[in-house]
Design a binder for this molecule. Structure first.
Ligand code: MOS
Length: 692
């Protein structure tokens, strides 16, 4: 019996990646390939009145300039952000409104600079405030939750509470910034479309392209073998794949198109800024009686995306009287979209920060406060959690970190010129599964192939599925090949929502189990000369699974030091403990947890989209001016996990770990800053100028 699951293993494609042999979307060979360069709108709201392509066409090598008056027609579909080059309307500054196609990348770029565009402009509204006259309640919030919930009588409960916290937290726009930009090589052959595209799930990109170009799904193939990150922004078809397909059709040649780093700030989505008011009412022991979370975010005029920021508060801590609300404003901005733990991440920053404020107000240790407000029953659904090891994470983290005997008094520890503080926060993320199909094939030589359109966005998903398959087949891994990343494979859901491994391994295990049965029942119990293949879908099984609150949990412990004169903040140490079901591959899991926590540090201390109201666009749209945490910003970072067996999840027993690492992490950092300095910053990021 093999024991692949739970064993450390480097990524199967790791060597290919570090030697450059792994091909990304714009690196696939294509005969006679041309290059596209997208042109962004320089107006914020209005319409294009004239496009003059002549100066661009005069550049040697430029083949064509596509725009709304000169591009193949698309069929309008569910996502209006993809209805590109069809209409003269401009919805936000930076919207991609033309594509220059040329023999070389350089010519395309030069041409894009020279296209002359004139606009009729209208006044724009691009700044989110809690007083915006356009505030409304969306029908639902991502991915389908009701916008508002209420249980008990929050107002009465809050009014009669002995201790009250009422605080408003603000988070700016955040930009996903994967290392590999959104990029595509597109080619048409006999009315069929083949694209190599960087995305988090090519089955849904295939559907989107089929709809837009009026094709059957079978006429579209999307290959996504390697992806250099996405953080949610590649969770659905985005502009480059549509623009490349339009351009390839127009010029009758394969076309490569990659967005520039600057073009990633907007057209591909971002995390909405939020304004979140959290109110907590408790007794003097810190037991919560009333909790309310009111979240405000923005969307675009093109498409409604409603970040579910208050959803975290519905299920995280106990409390009799509860209320959550979401309000939205449609602004002349690009459409926000998924960014690592959409909703839970900004929401947990607000709630976990308020918990820290409550701990201070009650004089209760913030670890103990969270333990006192633990609940075995989901306050939202009224059902027991399938498993909930938040308290175990807090206790294990406190032990490893050395939390005991912490003096809660803020601003009193000095180490030379540094003020030193520690902070804690909790975390949770739903453990969901989605239907998928898979095939497993046995050949008489004793080898196996498992096929599923899973996507590895750099996380190690390919390796994890290979381990799961080897275990399910009960053979050593070197006899198993795993094929993923191609819409021609059995369809599967997106690498997102922390449900990739749970969903895909479900189908992989069922296919492998089915194959073993078939081999057992075949003549002689052996694989016939022609091989054996089993194809499964988990749709019925997942539909039949009773609904139940299923969540992963975590706890973070942070130490910071703050320069007493300059306000400079250094992160000395960050430690996370997680309970996320079975961990398939400790090597890649650790990297997921640490990556999530680093992104939380980035959110707490560095990242901020700064909008210039005059232009309605971000002024810091590159990695020089939009600061992202690097190794030098994190001196010591550790991730641990608890053994957790939850039989009520999925056949692999996994909860998903892509997002739990980031969820509450920013609050642990900002709480440590408060402990160090006595200053409570409620608008991120915490920068030195806010501490002076
Ligand atoms: Mo994640 S933001 O669900 O890709």
């Amino acid at each position: 019996m093999s024991t692949a699951v739970g064993v450390e293993h480097p990524r199967l494609e790791g060597r290919d990646k570090v030697t450059g042999a792994a091909r990304y979307a714009v690196e696939f060979p294509a005969d006679d390939v041309a290059y596209g360069w997208a042109v962004p709108a320089s107006a914020t709201r209005g319409r294009i009145t004239r496009i003059d392509p002549a100066p661009a066409l005069a550049v040697p090598g430029v083949l064509d300039v596509l725009h709304h008056g000169h591009a193949p027609r698309l069929v309008p579909g569910v996502d209006a952000t993809l209805f590109l080059l069809q209409e003269p309307a401009v919805h936000y500054r930076g919207e991609l409104i033309a594509v220059v196609v040329a023999e070389t990348l350089e010519a395309a770029r030069e041409g894009a600079r020279l296209v002359r565009i004139e606009y009729d402009t209208e006044p724009h509204s691009t700044v989110l405030t809690e007083h915006h006259p356009g505030l409304y309640r969306p029908e639902k919030v991502n991915p389908g939750y009701p916008p508002d919930t209420a249980d008990g009588d929050f107002d009465a409960g809050f009014a009669s509470a002995e201790i009250r916290v009422d605080a408003t937290y603000r988070t700016p726009a955040y930009h996903n910034n994967p290392m590999e930009p959104h990029a595509t090589t597109a080619q048409w052959q006999d009315g069929r479309l083949l694209v190599h595209d960087s995305n988090q799930g090519s089955s849904s990109v295939q559907s989107a392209l089929a709809e837009l170009f009026g094709l059957s799904r079978e006429a579209v193939r999307v290959v996504t073998e390697h992806v250099g990150g996405g953080f949610g922004s590649k969770g659905y078809a985005k502009a480059p794949v549509v623009l490349a397909a339009l351009a390839a059709r127009q010029v009758g040649r394969p076309v490569r198109l990659a967005l520039t780093r600057q073009q990633l700030f907007g057209p591909i989505g971002y995390r909405t800024p939020t304004i979140q008011r959290v109110r907590l009412g408790a007794d003097t022991d810190g037991r919560i009686s009333a909790v309310c979370h009111d979240a405000i975010g923005q969307t675009s005029t093109i498409y409604e995306f409603a970040e579910q920021s208050a959803v975290y508060t519905r299920s995280m801590y106990a409390g009799r009287h509860r209320r959550t609300t979401h309000r939205l404003v449609r602004l002349d901005v690009p459409t926000p979209f998924w960014m690592r733990a959409p909703g839970e991440c900004p929401g947990a920053y607000a709630l976990e920060s308020a918990m820290d404020e409550l701990a201070t107000a009650c004089g209760v240790d913030p670890v103990e406060l969270r333990i006192r407000n633990d609940t075995a029953v989901d306050p939202d659904q009224g059902q027991p959690f399938s498993s909930r090891n938040l308290v175990a994470c807090l206790r294990e983290g406190a032990r490893r970190f050395g939390w005991a005997d912490r003096d809660p008094t803020p601003g009193v520890r000095r180490d030379g010129r540094w003020l030193v503080g520690t902070g804690v926060a909790g975390s949770s993320y739903p453990a969901r599964s989605r239907a998928a199909a898979a095939t497993a094939t046995a050949t008489p030589d004793g080898t196996f192939e498992v096929r599923i359109n899973a996507t590895d966005i750099g996380t190690g998903a390919r390796t994890a599925l290979w381990q799961v398959a080897a275990d399910a087949l009960a053979v050593p891994g070197d006899r198993v090949a795993i094929r993923i990343g191609d819409s021609a494979l059995p369809p599967a859901g997106v690498a997102g929502g922390s449900m990739g491994t749970a969903s895909w391994s479900w189908a992989v295990i069922r296919a492998c189990e089915g194959l073993r049965d078939r081999i057992r029942n075949s003549p002689g119990g052996t694989v016939p000369a022609g091989g054996l293949t089993v194809e499964v879908s988990t749709a019925d099984e997942i539909r039949a699974q009773p609904p139940r609150p299923r969540y992963a949990y975590g706890a973070y412990f942070v130490q910071v030091r703050v320069d007493v004169d300059t306000g400079e903040i250094r992160l000395d140490r960050m430690l996370g403990v997680f309970a996320a079901g079975r961990i398939v591959n400790p090597t890649t899991a650790r990297s997921q947890f640490i990556g999530g926590m680093t992104m939380g540090v980035s959110m707490a201390l560095h990242e901020e989209g700064l909008l210039d109201e005059r232009y309605g666009d971000w002024v810091n749209h590159d990695l020089a001016t939009y600061h992202v945490s690097t190794c030098a910003d994190v001196e010591r970072i550790e991730a641990y996990w608890l053994p957790e067996e939850d039989p009520d999840l999925n056949p692999a027993g996994v909860k998903g770990i892509g997002e739990i690492g980031i969820v509450g992490s920013a609050a642990a950092v900002t709480s440590a800053v408060h402990h160090a300095t006595g200053i409570r910053i409620r608008d991120l990021p915490v920068r030195l100028d806010k501490l002076l």
